[in-house]
Ligand binder design. Structure first.
Ligand SMILES: Cc1cc2nc3c(=O)[nH]c(=O)nc-3n(C[C@H](O)[C@H](O)[C@H](O)COP(=O)(O)O)c2cc1C
Length: 292
């Protein structure tokens, strides 16, 4: 079985998920290619048996770069199964509608949704999850991915139900895709902190960061993916109107030796607990099946 997984990942979470799924599918016997959507023109999809899309939820939608990439795919005559792997910082049901636009674009390309999975991974914006939470999220995601990869490989159809009127809210929230361009022009660099390593410019997925007269400049193509600020080694980048939501520094995804203070211990607490409870139930029922 030939599988391709197209992924976009601004701060690495979705890449981790896509890469783990690729490893699991390979273990089951599939030949899997991982394709970064930042790398330009989509390849011919007709040669693959299954096509996967992995993306981080941005304002209850798939990021603009993902929609643009999907639109550039050459349609295939044969109807191919599509699977979606998405990550998001919070377990709100609203995130489930984020794939609606993407699925409708891909349907016109000859790809029909068969499997869709949602994994909670630490926030790249709003606030920083603790290392202990990031570790728990990734460990949970890996166990779920192992189960979900088996379903994808076996051709078992598994879809997510949508919240009522979610499509309308997701449509309204697509305003973020225009707003991010305006906000991008408000990005600034803290001159005393900046060491001109140019990591921000080198890493920007849309080439929006440049240098003019020795100064770092921001153009009008920003996706608000926050990668520049997240990976800045000196936390020198200010992300315009959303600066209060800036998160800086990669997560280690390992179990911390010392507990850290949780900045927002009650934020969506019930939803996170529900996510973990449902995940543990799914993992336990799969383990029971394996033992029978
Ligand atoms: C601009 C932006 C918008 C986001 N919107 C949402 C959202 O609507 N819902 C949510 O749960 N997480 C949201 N997130 C959090 C990301 O989906 C989450 O951190 C994701 O795992 C990041 O994956 P990545 O590292 O692959 O980019 C948003 C992040 C960014 C940068």
């Amino acid at each position: 079985m030939n599988v391709i997984i197209f992924y976009f990942s601004s701060t690495g979470n979705t890449f981790k998920v896509a890469e783990y799924a690729s490893r699991k599918l390979k273990k089951l016997g599939a030949k899997v290619e991982l394709f970064n959507m930042e790398n330009g023109t989509p390849p011919e999809i007709s040669v693959y048996d299954k096509v996967g899309f992995a993306y981080p939820v941005h304002a209850f939608n798939a990021p603009q770069i993902v929609l643009r990439f999907a639109s550039a795919i050459k349609p295939t005559q044969a109807n191919k199964p599509l699977f979606i792997l998405k990550t998001s910082g919070e377990p709100l049901r609203m995130n489930d509608v984020s794939s609606l636009k993407l699925v409708s674009i891909l349907k016109r390309k000859g790809l029909t949704l068969k499997n869709e999975y949602h994994y909670i991974m630490p926030y790249a914006i709003i606030f920083r999850h603790t290392e202990a939470e990031a570790y728990r999220m990734y460990e949970t995601a890996k166990k779920l991915i192992e189960i979900d990869s088996r379903a994808i490989y076996a051709g078992k159809c598994e879809k997510i139900s949508r919240v009522p009127f979610g499509g309308a809210l997701s449509f309204i929230m697509r305003i973020e895709q225009f707003g991010s361009k305006i906000n991008g022009r408000l990005y600034r660099v803290n001159k005393t902190r900046c060491v001109k390593c140019m990591k921000c410019a080198d890493n920007c997925p849309v080439g929006n960061i440049g240098v003019k007269n020795g100064k770092i400049t921001f153009g009008g193509k920003c996706l608000l993916c926050t990668r520049c600020a997240f990976f800045c080694p000196t936390d020198a980048i200010r992300i315009g109107l959303f600066n209060g939501w800036r998160v800086n520094g990669a997560y280690s995804f390992s179990q911390p030796e010392k507990a850290e203070r949780n900045a927002h211990p009650n934020y969506c607490k019930k939803s996170y607990l529900k996510y973990y409870r449902e995940a543990e139930e799914k993992i336990a029922s799969e383990e029971d099946c394996g033992n029978q």
